[in-house]
Design a protein around this ligand. Structure first.
Ligand code: AMP
Length: 367
């Protein structure tokens, strides 16, 4: 791909905080951004050159986006597959590709893909009916985690099945939709790796993040995570296998379970910039947002080594009201998303607190 010159327009499906931070990074490189999002006045639209308000499957809105954009990307993975197909049919260049999106939208497809690419996950079984749910529990054993195949996020759409005898009831409680049944991961820590693949196939991997969730929502990330070199190498191999097998272009977030013996399993992949990569804004020379824009625009990827250790804390709901206090903390960098309505639990912003780098923050690069 010939690199897109500054002045080109990057289309983004989705107008949330990830779209906003992508738009800000794109602007810094001289690009214009067009946001397509169903809601008026979205966080991303308010910092973008063009805002198209419409449903993701609205033909008129998709045509307008395709006409204005030199490349189109997305900020969340539940964009309808049909929307991407339409954009491609209109001659648009979409990155990451439709396959990456399809794989990430369905937990069974995702784990099947990962295993076929040689990437380990927990054991799993699929179930479309109550009887299949009972059968899956016999295969996987109890306890097991039942999750809807599609549309789950932030711990929603999943429940533990403590006894095989309750499999059918849990299936019904999840809405009677197709599910995946997963063996419990016996992890000591949740880690993630943010990586990118450029249009020419080059790969750049950021140091690992250590993540802490509360009630299914990311609360805190510390990065670079303190891990043995072997763990960092393992994560780098996993990222490269996934990116190459998908012929991926852009940034990807890969959530990992770390076992006591150091073995990593992949929990899930997000074909986009990721909340556990927000630390890169203040811990790296080129953050995940700029990296994604560079990749989809066909530019060279930037360096990924850490220049600081960062503790990232999400500001949920009214926590963002402490902005004046946070802005007064010398080591804290405040990032607010411009959301008007501080509903409880809603991600309103985050704060990155810089710490001295414990050891050399490794950068992993391979061709
Ligand atoms: P997910 O929606 O798949 O990202 O899962 C949300 C959270 O549930 C993860 O961050 C883990 O803390 C936990 N979790 C997910 N899958 C498993 C599993 N198979 N075993 C144990 N815990 C899990």
């Amino acid at each position: 791909m010939t690199p897109l010159p500054p002045g080109s327009t990057i289309g983004i499906l989705g107008g949330g905080q990830l779209g906003r931070m992508l738009a800000l990074a794109a602007a810094r490189l001289g690009f214009d951004v067009a946001i397509l999002e169903p809601e008026e006045n979205s966080p991303a639209a308010r910092v973008a050159a063009h805002a198209i308000v419409g449903a993701y499957d609205d033909a008129r809105a998709l045509t307008a986006l395709a006409e204005i954009s030199d490349v189109i990307t997305f900020e969340f993975e539940n964009v309808p597959a049909l929307a991407v197909e339409r954009l491609i049919a209109l001659g648009a260049h979409v990155a990451p590709n439709a396959r990456a999106l399809a794989v990430a939208q369905d937990r069974v497809e995702e784990k099947t893909f990962l295993n076929s690419a040689g990437v380990p996950t927990v054991a799993f079984a699929k179930a479309d009916t109550p009887d299949e749910a009972a059968e899956a529990l016999h295969v996987i054993g109890a306890p097991a985690l039942m999750k809807t195949r599609r549309d789950g996020y932030d711990g929603k759409g999943q429940k533990w099945v403590e006894h095989a005898s309750t499999a059918q009831a849990v299936f019904a409680a999840l809405g009677g939709k197709p599910v995946i049944v997963e063996a419990p991961a016996d992890f000591v820590r949740e880690l993630s790796v943010i990586a990118a693949r450029g249009a020419g196939g080059e790969i750049a991997v950021y140091p690992l993040s250590e993540n802490h969730h509360e009630a299914g929502v990311l609360r805190r990330t510390v990065a670079p995570a303190e891990v043995p070199q072997e763990t960092a190498d393992q994560a780098e191999r996993i990222a490269a296998q996934i990116l190459t097998s998908l012929d991926y272009v852009g940034v990807i977030g890969i959530e990992l379970f770390e076992h006591a013996d150091g073995r990593l399993l992949v929990n899930e992949i997000a074909p986009r910039v990721h909340n556990t990569g927000h630390w890169t804004q203040d811990g790296c020379e080129v953050d995940q947002f700029e990296q994604h824009i560079r990749a989809v625009a066909g530019w060279p990827l930037g360096p990924t080594h850490a220049t600081s250790r960062v503790e990232m804390v999400n500001l949920l709901g009214e926590e963002a009201l402490a902005w004046a206090h946070l802005a007064g903390e010398p080591d804290a960098r405040l990032h607010l998303y411009g959301k008007r309505d501080a509903k409880p639990g809603r991600k309103m912003g985050h704060v990155n607190r810089r710490r001295p780098l414990a050891s050399s923050g490794h950068s992993h690069r391979s061709e």
